[in-house]
Design a protein around this ligand. Sequence first.
Ligand code: G3P
Ligand code: MG
Length: 242
Amino acid sequence: MAHRGLSATAPENTRAAFLRALDEGADAIELDVHLTRDDRVAVIHDRTLQRTTTGNGPVRSYSSAEIAMLDAGSWFGPEFSSERIPLLEDVLALSAGRCWINVELKSHFFAREVPEHYARRVVEVVKTSGMLDRVLFSSFDRSLVESLRAVEPAATTGVLYNWHWDLWRTPSAIAARSGASAFICSRTELTDRRLHDARAAGLSVAVYTVNDPEDALRQADRGVDVLISDAPHVILRALATR
Ligand code: G3P
Ligand code: MG
């Protein structure tokens, strides 16, 4: 699964990064979303614009027309200056069912977002694109995972392990509470105990971020289902040697 697209060689969460992931044959693409002021679903990792674009301040404070004018590529390299912040529907159209899309809903704690409203907007976009059966929805925020399932019971959802809340909880308990079928965890947090618990509960297990080929083989040998990587081309080559 290409983490924010093929983000090792192109600016994260841009059309360029998604096209490279598709070209390299990634099985899935992970991307992050936030709502704009006019309730469109924008594909960007941070709550604010300044790290990866020429804009400033919270994504939620700008309309989709306003963010469409920002340069989302120059921070990575001058050759990417024409990259823009994509809308979710654009990425879904771009992938056109060629791979799974993992839509990670970033939390809107600070914006006092109503989880149901946010979840409904994201689900609407996915359903309008006809991609509900090719999307995994995920979030660190449990209220969002629960809202997604409430809005669309057929949605496939995953919980991201969040040590602030989950330190003493097992993956199976965390997922059961939210009705999720996937458990997503960082490399350092995916202990054998957590992995075995998740697998015994029938959950799909995804780990991030796996950029080292040897680590990829080790994770595959452990029984991890999904490797989330900035460099999926490197990982696919490593796995193909098996
Ligand atoms: O979904 C896995 C991973 O993307 C979670 O962390 O910060 O890269 O969105 P982050
Ligand atoms: Mg993410």
